[in-house]
Design a protein around this ligand. Structure first.
Ligand SMILES: Cc1ncc(COP(=O)(O)O)c(C=O)c1O
Length: 433
């Protein structure tokens, strides 16, 4: 129970709902403000390179939405989304092996909002969500904001480990906890870039089915492959046990804030009601702009252009890592936006970040992607936004920081350790927790 006394800083402290305890700004947020200065090479964010979109195509679609189609685009719409756009979403989904009916699709305000709605529909305090370790930072935040507990399952270069999943389910249930769903990003995962193999997709779905666990498949990056396409979506194998989330954020533009969920009938009904309760209807204007774009532009050609842009950047990052940090290990994504770097034991990516920003390079510390404090030796490096030359320079700067840390560790390990002074918990400064 929170104390309802306010503080000098926040007179309403103590009035917030208990579930907001999970909603705290990360310690690295302030640093990211500095990292957005132009002299810093930011390998931290996941911003798509929207400059690769032909401006006149978007202009034409927006103009149509504001003129000929204004009666619909400027009006409230259906809580399930514009029917024509839902048909077009099915055309996009067919590229991932998913075939369904327009009735199965619910348009949302980005896939982030679909995550929020599903968390709202399924989570009671203390419920468990099983997720890859590591997993998408803002999904963890959403699940926590509904007082869910995220339990990670380790992954390797083929994705989530099925045997570890079985053991985790058993362990969580033996502890008397309820598992509400299995959250997975099977293709070009955020943050590792790893893709779940076909065999494991089938095996994990079978484990989920026999254990009575709903699968939440989040797939923003599946169409952004650099070599061959990833295996078909899990939803294409099991339409009853999987809720699938898609988005136009990475293949078109995140500023439009349009995503979708494809869900089994009963869940879809509840999703529409939750969507209406939250936003009445997703933005009609954005939906019409996208629908016009899909009707008039070569959208498949545009996705190919994005693939070419990101492939070149991925290659620049992998090449620079081999040149400047050959003793580290990292993933080799075949699509998407991210590389996951593992440093030697004893290095701490969160503690190192201020020094990196001082050297004018930024990344996201690995701890952001775990609910349990793991990930200190890791960092997520995004190659989606900076130009290839900047990526190379960013990795060079990063190498001076990491090598500096290693040299320092080498020096300290030669001297006798200082005695550790015991500290009283309540004399720790507030930021130390
Ligand atoms: C795995 C994952 N899910 C969901 C989202 C949210 O995307 P949207 O812009 O559709 O809300 C992102 C954005 O980076 C993501 O990486």
């Amino acid at each position: 129970m929170q104390d309802t006394q306010g503080t000098n800083l926040d007179p309403w402290y103590g009035h917030y709902a208990e579930r907001t305890a999970g909603l705290s700004a990360s310690e690295v947020r302030a640093l990211f403000a500095v990292a957005s200065r132009p002299e810093v090479v930011s390998l931290a964010g996941g911003m798509p390179y929207v400059s690769a979109l032909p401006q006149q195509l978007i202009e034409r679609a927006a103009l149509r939405a504001a003129t000929d189609r204004a009666a619909v685009a400027l009006q409230y719409g259906s809580g399930q989304g514009v029917p024509r756009l839902r048909e077009q979403i099915l055309e996009v989904m067919a590229l991932e092996g998913i075939h369904g009916s327009v009735d199965d699709v619910v348009v949302t305000t980005g896939s982030q909002h679909a995550l929020e709605l599903l968390a709202k529909l399924f989570l009671d305090p203390g419920d468990v969500i099983i997720a890859e370790g590591p997993s998408y930072v803002t999904a963890i935040t959403v699940f926590r904001s509904f007082q869910g507990e995220v339990v990670h399952v380790p992954m390797d270069d083929q994705g989530m480990n099925p045997q570890a999943l079985r053991e985790t389910i058993e362990r969580v249930r033996a502890a008397g906890k309820r598992i509400k769903f299995l959250y997975t990003i099977p293709s070009f995962q955020n943050p590792t870039g790893v893709t779940l193999s076909w065999e494991r997709r089938v095996e994990i779905l079978e484990i989920a089915r026999t254990s009575g666990i709903l699968v939440l498949e989040d797939n923003p990056y599946g169409l952004l492959h650099f070599e061959q396409a990833p295996p078909p979506a899990m939803r294409s194998i099991d339409s009853e046990g999987v809720v699938y989330l898609g988005t136009f954020s990475k293949t078109l533009a995140p500023g439009l804030r349009v995503g979708w969920a494809i869900a089994p009938h009963a869940i879809r009904e509840k999703l529409v009601l939750a969507n209406e309760a939250a936003v009445l209807s997703p933005s009609s204007f954005s939906q019409i702009v996208i629908s016009e774009y899909l009707d008039t532009a070569d959208w498949k050609g545009q996705i190919s252009t994005f693939r070419d842009v990101y492939r070149e950047r991925r290659d620049a990052m992998l090449g620079a890592l081999s040149d400047y940090l050959p003793s580290m290990t990292w993933t080799r994504p075949a699509g998407g936006f991210y590389v996951w770097l593992t440093m030697p034991e004893h290095l701490d990516s969160k503690a190192m970040l201020p020094r990196a920003v001082k050297e004018l390079v930024a990344y996201t510390p690995g701890t952001a992607f775990y609910a349990d404090g793991d990930g200190r030796r890791n960092m997520r490096l995004s190659f989606c936004y900076p130009q290839p030359d900047f990526i190379r320079e960013g990795i060079r700067r990063l190498s001076t920081v990491i090598n500096g840390e290693l040299a320092l560790l080498g020096e300290f390990s030669q001297t006798a350790p200082l005695p550790v002074q015991p500290v009283e918990r309540d004399v720790l400064p507030p930021y130390a927790g």
